[in-house]
Design a protein around this ligand. Sequence first.
Ligand code: NIG
Ligand code: FE
Length: 443
Amino acid sequence: MSPTGESSAAVAADFVLRGASELVTMNAPPAEGLGAIAGGALAARYGVIVWVGREADLAQAVDLALDGIDADAEGHCVLPGFVDAHTHVPFAGSRAAEYGERLAGSSYGEILARSGGINVTVAATRRASEEELARLSSARYDSMLRHGTTTAEVKSGYGLTVADEAKQLRAAATPHALRRELTFLGAHLVPPEYAGHADDYVRLVCDEMIPACAPLARWCDVFCDEGAFTVEQARRVLSAGAAAALGLRIHADELARSGGSMLAAELGCASADHLMHATGEEIAAMKAAGVVAVLLPGTSYTLGVPFAPARAFLEAGVTVALASDFNPGSCNCENLQLMISLACQGMKLTPDEALYAATVGGAAALRRDDVGNLAVGKRCDFSVLVAESRTELPYHFGVNLVSDVVVGGRVVVRAGSVCRGSSAPEPTAVCARDAPPEAGGSR
Ligand code: NIG
Ligand code: FE
């Protein structure tokens, strides 16, 4: 009732979700139960959430348009779409043979040093056309959506020429329902034609690639590690990225304790990623600078190396994001459900901590306040599990527990299949500089 005693008007909606066993809003931290509402429901209009509450209050609170969508979760758990803050999607070729070599005893670093690893993907990606890369990316985006990821950061980094980096970024931007944040990673590796001349390559990245690629991306990343780029080279690349108005992120302390996370703190990067070799010093510096720790348990699993010290990050008060690192070498897996499971086993996160890191944490790593949780004003992006409780997710592992996915109030995955044809979603724009949700824009 309003202060005048009249009934307050119901909120107009074009989308309603009911029938959830629990609606896990992520509006409270893990220690407070993630804001899960038993018997929760939500409503949206123009792709943005306008009401969240108990289904018992839905009819009175919401006025659904006659041609609106009335979706039923049929007694299953509903989660915000996962936000995967670290992927390398637009590549060509396979490195299955390298996986076998690693199992036989060669390390990732050794294979890289003898011109294998990333070099193999660079050669295949340079040979591929933009159309082929777009087709490959689109199929991978389908798979990500089917596993409940609705927003993903997507890096270049297998072109390593001005033209091939731009080609990868344009291919990554192929129209698709998955929301994307594109990242320029021209400083992924010194390409073979610059062997022994890393500083010349860094000059090419700063003076030519960044000006050409900045309009196609939101972020600039660099692989700062043993066998890739030094701290000084990474500082030059990221400074040039910042000068071109790109946000900053960094591959840091993955293969060795290489100074990358200290640089992230110095430059105020949005995130430092990998961090298997981070110690208390790096953790304290990241905390002080507000750098999000993007942790990638699938990479530790694939490379057979220790997991990042997730508990130490959490105990220090650093925001932790869980991401897939989907790429052809160190983690060929786009399924964040599996990363949640691995984070519980390998990093000793609680199931709720892992879920929070894969949603709210991912959004923080991408500096987005419109995705990652289910609240009024946020994008209507969620998935419906084939389970009543979120506790099934890390426990029932190695299978896809997502049946249906909604992006921007449109059903994009139904009963495990991506919707095509008339029910297919509008292509979404991919540049994060697009309009905010109030303007009805989709990014
Ligand atoms: O994040 N570490 C550098 N880049 C990727 C791996 C890329 C590849 O092996 O193709 C990573 O692990
Ligand atoms: Fe990576």
